[in-house]
Ligand binder design. Structure first.
Ligand SMILES: Nc1ncnc2c1ncn2[C@@H]1O[C@H](COP(=O)(O)OP(=O)(O)O)[C@@H](O)[C@H]1O
Ligand SMILES: [Mg+2]
Length: 325
């Protein structure tokens, strides 16, 4: 059994109608932010979820942590259907599911000392004695390289750099030893040099804690150190999913190819052919018929305009939703 099982997940946000619209009987429209997404994550595995802004990644992450309610489908974590938990059960289950958000300044209370912020989840979930808690926090601060830990324990968020603050957020997310973590653009706001340090830290923590994680990013390059598998999302759907190697070495979907071609090549001697799709991401209120990518796809055929492609196995578990295969 996989640690995380997501089946046909959907989230339709109703578009606000004016009173007049309602009286005139105009139909209720929906933003189909997530429109039938399925994936599994094994214990100890990190799945990258990549795609341009607006593709539905954050909504997917919030749904799998039940921070928002789903429209349809199911999410199971360690065999538990989380949409079936009542308020009290969900409150208790929260220690097992944690979120690392992109902006540490927004997710840390400026008046709370670092140590107390990291300790907070232990207090809420009543884990360990007060003395245990302090020791656990000091160990965790050390583990995320905020040393000496007793120094950092006493500091406030504003006294830390952006990279250090994100380490605090990671420490706080891991302190309850969660079964599943969602990292949503966890390194997006950091400078490039600091970003790679944080990614290496996440890769180390993944090994140490046998982390099961959904790693959300708009930047495919950041999947490098941490992701075992990658799912590519476009307009509320997964268009391709496969191992890190499969996605990097033999991307199949034209959209995946486009994302790969946009990853900067560190070796300037190896010139890559760049292929950037034309136009903009269409509006998810009225997604294009057929394949949602067809208006931007240089290889689109007639069938792509009318028939929606299903995810198909193209070998060794690599799945692609494209009529070219
Ligand atoms: N609360 C909401 N109400 C209405 N539309 C939303 C809401 N949240 C997100 N959306 C829309 O859903 C789509 C997907 O958004 P999001 O999940 O944030 O994508 P991503 O994280 O990939 O950039 C976007 O078109 C966005 O405008
Ligand atoms: Mg997002």
């Amino acid at each position: 059994m996989a640690m995380v099982e997501v089946k046909d997940l959907k989230k339709y946000f109703p578009v606000r109608r004016t009173f007049i619209d309602a009286i005139l009987g105009k139909p209720q429209l929906y933003v189909k932010a997530v429109d039938g997404v399925s994936f599994d994550i094994e214990e100890g595995e990190v799945l990258g979820l990549v795609g341009e802004s607006g593709s539905g990644k954050t909504t997917t992450g919030r749904l799998v942590l039940r921070l928002i309610e789903l429209t349809d489908g199911s999410v199971k974590i360690d065999g538990k259907d989380i949409s079936k938990l009542d308020v009290e059960e969900l409150r208790r289950f929260r220690r097992h599911i944690q979120l690392i958000f992109q902006d540490p300044m927004a997710s840390l209370n400026p008046y709370m000392r670092i140590g107390d912020a990291v300790k907070h989840p232990l207090d809420i979930h009543n884990i360990g004695s007060p003395k245990d808690r302090k020791r656990m926090v000091l160990e965790m601060l050390e583990r995320v390289n905020l040393t000496p830990p007793d120094e950092f324990y006493k500091r406030y968020p504003k006294e830390l750099s952006g990279g250090q603050r994100q380490r605090v957020v990671i420490a706080r997310a891991l302190i309850t030893k969660p079964k599943f973590v969602v990292a949503d653009e966890a390194v997006a706001m950091l400078d490039v040099s600091i970003r790679s340090q944080l990614l290496k830290l996440l890769a180390d923590l993944k090994k140490d804690f046998n982390l099961t994680m959904l790693f959300i990013t708009h930047d495919l390059a950041t999947t490098k150190y941490v992701c075992d598998r990658i799912a590519v999302m476009y307009l509320g759907k997964i268009v391709e999913i496969g191992s890190f190697e499969q996605i990097y070495r033999s991307p199949k979907h034209p959209y995946t190819k486009a994302l790969i071609s946009a990853v900067p090549e560190p070796d300037p001697k190896k010139k890559k052919e760049k292929f950037i799709p034309q136009g903009e991401v269409p509006n998810p209120i009225n997604p294009p018929p057929g394949c949602r990518f067809h208006p931007r796809c240089p290889f689109a055929k007639d069938i792509c305009k009318t028939k929606e492609p299903e995810l198909k196995d193209v070998g060794d578990g690599q799945m692609v939703a494209c009529h070219l295969y």
